[in-house]
Design a protein around this ligand. Structure first.
Ligand SMILES: [Zn+2]
Length: 836
């Protein structure tokens, strides 16, 4: 299918204004296809001109333009030509569309728990024509009237309030003007909990088999929703404009959530069926608030073209954290951001695929998708925090309100947004935005300290721009130091040159731990000094400031990835401090990072078992001390379950005996145990099947696929590879779970043959898997055999010219991860030979 180019979009927007859409969907045609009738009223500024409508149908039954039949056979590559447009036009397209299983378009999934089917629309970024004929570009907004025929007993939800006007016939209220990619319909035997706040009807919905967790989590979900509405109403000065507010928890969702006006879709793993840690609840609250902030920024005012997509995401990423900190119980949301979101963004910045936050020409819609990453979210939000430090919060909020008011129900650009901030602040942002928004890369910052007799005589903050992306980036940041748990220094500075004196530190006691960017206000690589690195095992746990501890962990991760810090140092700090970590986000995320990233990527193969055993000891240690049922207890149990080689313990837990309090009936926890047993070859496929039978749910069946793929048996690897790559119509989630399990092998020889096969079989899947889903599969399935042979094959694959944009982008990133692992292993091989 051709992807819409910027030039085409501009030309069509000059020509066409859409007055309204009326869309009829018939979802009562079985589980393969659905009927779609799209009636579009639109005007043409240049009567007689030609254009086209986007429609990606299984078949087009008929089409008429102003009553005159069009030939459906003329549709090619998702476009039906329209010739001789009148000033006022009505186009009617009747088509049969296919349900998707890759999370793009109208996704249909069967719940294994009760064999009931669920449908949801995810039309981002260019999937709207897979559901109805439309002019699919973000600046052709129009109101929608939707009617839906659905099997009896189904509930239908969408952007406008829905009503069942006759059995199985649903009508949705006319919407405000929406961009095509925001239209959604969710239909199925969804169960609901409803509420109301400040005149806004609220609903949350999920599969029938998730009714219990839906009801259990409803109070907290509504609480965050209410708090966010109040906060954003106050901050933006504009009422929520889209009527009812529904949040639908849907199966097999690719992203975290999608900000469809009035009808947000969220991945239904957020309805934790078992125990959840505090940071998992924080993360969910963050997503809820993120999507709500989009109702104003993104939905009410939409970017004109995809190259400003970053602005939506940077803004929502910033706003949700601000809202959580100021209006909810999650006052430590910025700590979570440091250790979750910014670690992700820094990873994107290290990859050769890095790009400026803004100003990347998206010449077509699909190429825009490739820049939708940790830079758009995490770096963009950090840059907005720097902008606020630069212009002041009053000017930022004032400019923002003007922008949202001036562009309501229309489209805006980066220039519009910055212009509003410039007018509100009276400042020229040209140089600032050139350095921060239009240039990729990040500075490295470090502190040079002179403290000859235990007292600081002089200190300087050093800023070094990456040679590949030079820029004069001004930073507002702080530097803080601790000794034996006491904060001995803290200074705020504005960094505007390569060397900035830290006069405020002179005369203070020499710190044991010195943290540049301790408050994590800026975006930079923090290089810790040698003294601090050496002191961390004994000192880090005593630093009382969770934000600074998060910055230290993030700096350690960066250091390992660029082969400056030994993974052994990371594991030493982990072993000596993790079990006393009080912040939930740091605690759980560093355990996951150690288990799933540091050990498999950076620790040599023959030292991995020892490193995992060490992690298991930390888990066992904390489990013995943590309060029952607490986040600490849960994090400890999960770490132990995932890393332990204690077969007796694992078998007991898998069978449900001796489980830590609160995990007695936790299906997700049992799968961590079963996965460990499977990867070690301590159980076989029939045992995996029996655990699946005990958990006959969507989560259960996905986990069973992963565990079976993890079995270290040649026949099972062959089966898993065939299921993954062999055109078995596996869903997006099934493919990712198969891929994750596949490389969990204690012996590289077992999977060695699949390294070369990966580079031919997986890119070929672009023939039947959508780009969004495939980009995740390419990453998950990338060989975890870290050798020079893999590196050579990867390099050769990247020279191919037949890769789709998503496949190429994910390959670049996975290749970068592989190179980092190899570089670190080469640099620190002697550390592990000596034994850790
Ligand atoms: Zn978003």
């Amino acid at each position: 299918m051709r992807s819409l180019t910027l030039a085409e979009a501009r030309e069509r927007a000059e020509l066409i204004s859409v007055t309204s859409y009326a869309v009829e969907l018939d979802l009562d045609h079985g589980d393969q296809v659905f009927g779609s009738v799209s009636s579009i009223a639109f005007t043409c500024s240049s009567p007689g001109a030609d254009s086209w409508v986007d429609v990606k149908a299984r078949s087009i039954e008929s089409a008429t333009l102003n009553g005159v039949p069009l030939d459906p056979a003329e549709a090619t590559e998702g476009r039906l030509p329209l010739t001789g447009l009148a000033a006022d036009n009505v186009l009617v397209v009747r088509a049969t569309m296919a349900y998707s299983h890759d999370g793009q378009g109208l996704h249909r999934a069967t719940d294994p728990a009760d064999r009931r089917d669920y449908v949801y629309g995810h039309l981002f970024l260019d999937a709207a024509p897979r559901v109805f004929a439309c002019f699919d570009q973000p600046d052709l907004k129009a109101p929608y009237d939707l009617t839906v025929r659905a099997p009896q007993g189904w509930t239908v939800l969408g952007n406008g309030a829905s009503h069942e006007v006759a059995p199985g016939r649903w009508q949705l209220a006319t919407t405000r003007p929406l961009a095509t990619y925001f239209v959604t319909v969710c239909a199925g035997p969804y169960v609901s909990v409803r509420d109301e706040h400040d005149g806004i009807p609220l609903g949350i919905h999920a599969r029938a088999s998730l009714q219990e967790p839906l009801e259990r989590h409803a109070p907290e979900l509504f609480e965050v929703t209410r708090q966010s509405f109040d906060y954003f109403h106050g901050l933006f000065g504009i009422r929520y404009p889209f009527g009812e507010y529904h949040q639908v928890f849907v199966p097999e969702f690719n992203a975290g959530a999608m900000e469809n006006p009035g009808c947000v879709t969220l991945r239904d793993q957020y309805l934790f069926r078992g125990a959840a840690t505090r940071d998992e609840l924080l993360s969910r609250a963050n997503t809820v608030s993120h999507e709500m902030s989009h109702m104003w920024f993104g939905d009410l005012v939409t970017m004109k073209w995809w190259d400003d997509l970053w602005l939506n995401e940077s803004f929502a990423e910033y706003m949700s954290h601000r809202c959580l900190v100021e209006a909810t119980e999650y006052a430590d949301a910025w700590v979570d951001s440091s250790i979750v979101r910014k670690v992700w963004g820094y990873g994107a910045e290290r990859s050769p695929s890095t790009h400026p936050v803004a100003g990347v020409e998206a010449l077509d819609a699909q190429s825009a998708l490739q820049n939708f990453d940790g830079i758009s979210y995490a770096k963009g939000a950090a840059v907005l925090r720097q902008l606020i430090a630069y212009v002041g919060d009053d000017a930022f909020v004032g400019g923002l309100r003007t922008y949202l008011t001036d562009k309501s129900y229309a489209n805006g650009t980066l220039a519009d947004f910055l212009g509003a901030i410039e007018r509100a602040s009276g400042m020229d942002l040209t140089a600032w935005s050139g350095a921060w928004l239009l240039t990729a890369g990040r500075d490295t910052i470090s502190v040079d300290l002179e403290a000859p007799e235990g007292v600081v005589q002089a200190a300087r903050l050093l800023r070094a721009a990456p040679p590949s992306h030079p820029a004069d980036r001004p930073h507002a940041l702080d530097v803080a130091g601790w000794a034996d748990g006491t904060e001995v220094s803290r200074v705020q500075v504005t960094v505007e040159s390569e060397v900035t004196p830290l006069d405020g530190i002179a005369g203070t006691p020499e710190p044991a731990v010195l943290v540049p960017n301790a408050g994590d206000l800026t975006w930079a690589r923090v290089r810790l000094d040698e003294g601090t690195l050496a002191a961390l095992p004994t000192q880090l746990a005593r630093v009382p400031d969770a934000q600074a501890r998060a910055v230290v962990w993030s700096a350690l991760i960066d250091g390992v990835h660029v082969a400056e810090v030994s993974p052994a140092t990371f594991l030493d700090v982990f072993a000596s401090t993790w079990s006393t970590e009080a912040n939930a986000s740091i605690l759980t995320r560093m355990a996951l990072y150690a288990e799933h990233r540091i050990v498999p990527y950076f620790v040599p193969r023959d030292a991995q078992a020892g490193a995992l055993a060490r992690l298991a000891r930390s888990g066992r240690d904390l489990l013995g001390r943590a309060e029952e049922g607490s986040t600490r207890s849960l994090a400890a149990a999960r770490l132990l379950a995932g890393t332990s080689d204690d077969e007796t313990l694992l078998r007991a837990w898998a069978e449900g005996s001796g489980l830590p309090h609160g995990l007695e009936d936790d299906g997700d926890f049992r799968w961590i145990v079963v996965r460990n047993l499977a990867a070690r070859g301590l159980i076989d496929a029939s045992a995996v099947d029996s655990y699946r039978a005990r958990d006959d749910t969507l989560q259960g069946s996905l986990n069973a696929l992963m565990c079976r793929a993890a079995l270290p048996v040649p026949e099972e690897k062959a089966w898993a590879w065939d299921q993954l790559t062999g055109h078995h119509a596996r869903s997006n989630y099934e493919m990712v779970h198969l891929a994750r399990g596949f490389w969990m092998s204690p012996d590289d020889r077992l999977v060695a043959d699949y390294v070369a096969r990966y580079f031919s079989d997986v890119p070929a899947m672009s023939g039947w898997v959508g780009e969004d889903a495939l980009s995740r599969v390419v990453l998950a399935a990338f060989p975890k055999v870290f050798t020079e042979e893999t590196e050579a094959l990867s390099a050769r694959a990247l020279r191919r010219d037949d890769l789709t944009p998503a496949v190429r982008r994910s390959l670049v990133d996975a290749d970068s991860d592989l190179r980092e692992a190899l570089a670190s292993r080469a640099a620190f091989a002697s550390v592990f030979r000596a034994g850790v």
